[in-house]
Design a binder for this molecule. Structure first.
Ligand SMILES: [Ca+2]
Ligand SMILES: [Ca+2]
Ligand SMILES: [Ca+2]
Length: 195
């Protein structure tokens, strides 16, 4: 019985360690292409973004379906954001692809905020899709915001965004707690048999 519980514990911890659970994914391909638009499930603050790509005059990186120009067409780059209910003790990884401004050589930066983590990304003109990731481990279970905000406005051309996804895995400390929990279950099972 003891050996069985130990083996089960290892199995559970191993399986969880390998499997990052997908909790969100958006290729923006299910939207309708439009300038100054809000992709489904997202919100926009401070300005606008464009949904461009396949089937539009602005298919800068063919084969990507639709994607986001983070500087819309109103002279103010919009902050693209959405909320996530995140659980303390899980480690969340945000993955996304950015590409450079494909029209002019203006220096573009995109500020990405994921929960309490903020990082600024920059790519030269016409740079292709570049994968980035941010890791955030909440210390409280609550609603957090993910946002993308292009800083360089006034020219209606920003960096491009596609393939945003979020996965979750338990923190290493959580594995230890899971193992301890399984140990307790084994201990109680043994006690029940003795009683
Ligand atoms: Ca896409
Ligand atoms: Ca634009
Ligand atoms: Ca710009």
């Amino acid at each position: 019985m003891k050996k069985l519980m130990f083996a089960l514990g290892l199995l559970a911890a191993g399986a969880t360690a390998q499997a990052a659970t997908p909790i969100f994914s958006d290729s923006f391909d299910s939207n309708a292409a439009a300038l100054n638009a809000t992709p489904t499930g997202w919100s926009i603050d401070k300005g606008t973004v464009d949904i461009i790509g396949a089937g539009t005059p602005w298919d800068y990186i063919p084969g990507s379906g639709l994607f986001i120009d983070l500087d819309g067409s109103t002279g103010n780059a919009g902050m693209l954001f959405r909320d996530f209910d995140l659980t303390a003790g899980l480690q969340y990884t945000l993955n996304f692809d950015l590409a450079g401004n494909h029209v002019n050589s203006a220096q573009e930066n995109v500020q990405v905020k994921f929960g309490n983590v903020t990082e600024v990304f920059s790519l030269p003109m016409a740079a292709g899709w570049t994968p980035y990731s941010l890791v955030f481990t909440p210390n409280q279970t609550k609603t957090y915001t993910l946002s993308f905000w292009n800083n360089n406005s006034n020219d209606n051309v920003g960096m491009l965004l596609d393939n945003v996804n979020v996965t979750a895995v338990p923190e290493p400390e959580t594995y230890a707690m899971m193992l301890a929990g399984l140990g307790l279950v084994g201990f109680m099972a043994r006690r029940r048999r003795k009683a």
